[in-house]
Ligand binder design. Structure first.
Ligand code: GLA
Length: 417
């Protein structure tokens, strides 16, 4: 009896062994809402509470958007005597725990932000060297998610090992709290996080910051390929897609390429462009983190972010990002395996004029062995029109709007024997 009591209390002292990418979180890409794209530093408790309430009342929560993430500029700019961080008391007068409790009561989870540097990108106190203290503080507040940035990193980047060690320190600290905290690494693709982060983090940004623009080349975002030294910011949707395709195969359940937060609903792009943006984030298995004002959404915005069939592609249990099968000028074709022998195909037209695009069975199943037989008739469903387009054999040709996509699902791609 005494022996079993001692054993039981000894076991209770062993921290739950949760390892970042293996912490049971982000089995499919995380979904939620983040303050940054719309509000930048202008955040406070009321704004976040109002957003959380709207996520519930608009039905977004039922579509899977369940993380409410507080990005930069929440901090008070001085650590306490015991080195703990506190929130800015004017923005968060009740402290963080009260806000987190309220959001938990709505059935949502909460995320927070810091940087693996001495300061955050917005110039606030950050966590380099304070990993254990800060992780404990966030766990105490009930945080479920950490977005961890890369600014002011004191030169501790430039090789994968330097970046890995710096980000692993926080991964270990989060795990040591025993609280499952989704770890979203945000180093903009520096040092190739798709190669080093999958054992320590649940997702990693693969590009400099997005901005609300379809394809404008901006000197602030000089990289056209994923392996360039200056990730920058003001990266357009097409710039990010063209970088993301190369690292797609590095994603896996529990560890995802993060294409950055969504801009749908923020006003800088057309409806077709936003549809393309959302389609590609879903199909490339990026986290789907809304970045718009969720308290005031147009029906056009809702139509995009509340499409169950598109979200199901992102959350599919095959966990496979769509692969770019070809590029022909402004046109690109993507194909991705889905569960139950179904397949998603995207015809993307980045050009300024509508175009007819064709995908053959050989294009679509190029990597499947054996190929799906060209004579096989397959039902095709249009995921944006939410209707069947009928049965097709050998190829499908569809009209694709300028700066737009057609996203279709092949309902049966089993190879007939
Ligand atoms: C960096 C990140 C952004 C945002 C800001 C906040 O630029 O990449 O997503 O978090 O910092 O300052």
């Amino acid at each position: 009896m005494i022996t079993s009591l001692i054993l039981a209390s000894a076991l209770a002292l062993v921290p739950t062994q949760v390892l970042a990418a293996d912490n049971g979180l982000a089995i499919t890409p995380q979904m939620g809402w983040n303050t940054w794209n719309k509000y930048g530093c202008n955040i406070d408790e009321q704004l976040i509470l109002d957003a959380a309430k709207s996520i519930v009342s608009s039905g977004l929560k039922d579509y899977g958007y369940n993380y409410v993430i507080i990005d930069d500029c929440w901090q008070k700019n001085k650590r306490e005597k015991n080195k703990e961080l506190l929130p800015d008391p004017t923005k968060f007068p009740r402290g963080m725990k009260a806000l987190v409790d309220d959001i938990h009561d709505m059935g949502l989870k909460v995320g927070i932000y810091s940087s693996a540097g001495t300061l955050t990108c917005g110039g606030h106190i950050a966590s380099l060297g304070y990993e254990e203290t800060d992780a404990k503080t966030w766990a105490k507040w009930g945080m479920d998610y950490l977005k961890y940035d890369n600014c002011y990193n004191q030169g501790q980047s430039g090789t994968p090992k330097l970046s890995y060690d710096r980000y692993k320190a926080m991964s270990d600290a989060l795990n040591n709290t025993g609280r499952p905290i989704l770890y979203s690494l945000c180093n903009w693709g520096e040092d190739g996080p798709w190669n080093f982060a999958s054992t320590i983090a649940n997702s990693w940004r693969m590009s400099g910051d997005i901005y609300d623009n379809f394809n404008r080349a901006d000197p602030a975002c000089p990289c056209e390929t994923y392996d360039c030294l200056l990730p920058g910011f003001r990266c357009s949707v097409m710039n990010i897609i063209n970088k993301a395709v190369a690292v797609g195969q590095k994603a896996r359940s529990g560890g995802w390429n993060d294409l950055d937060m969504l801009e749908v609903g923020n006003g800088g792009m057309s409806h077709e462009e936003y549809r393309l943006h959302y389609t590609m984030w879903a199909a490339l298995k990026s986290p789907l983190l809304l970045g718009n004002d969720v308290t005031n959404m147009t029906s056009e915005t809702k139509e995009i972010i509340m499409n169950k069939e598109v979200i199901a592609v992102n959350q599919d249990s095959s966990y496979s990002p769509a692969v770019r099968m070809w590029v022909k000028g402004d046109q690109q074709m993507f194909s991705g395996n889905l569960a139950n022998n179904t397949q998603v195909v995207i015809l993307l037209n980045a050009g300024d004029k509508a175009a007819k695009m064709t995908a053959t069975w050989d294009d679509i199943w190029f990597y499947s062995q054996p190929h799906v037989d060209a004579s096989k008739s397959i039902e095709v469903r249009d995921l944006w029109k939410k209707q069947s387009l009928g049965n097709f054999t050998d190829r499908i040709s569809l009209d694709v709007p300028a700066h737009g996509v057609r996203m279709i699902k092949f309902m049966d791609s089993a190879q007939s024997s």
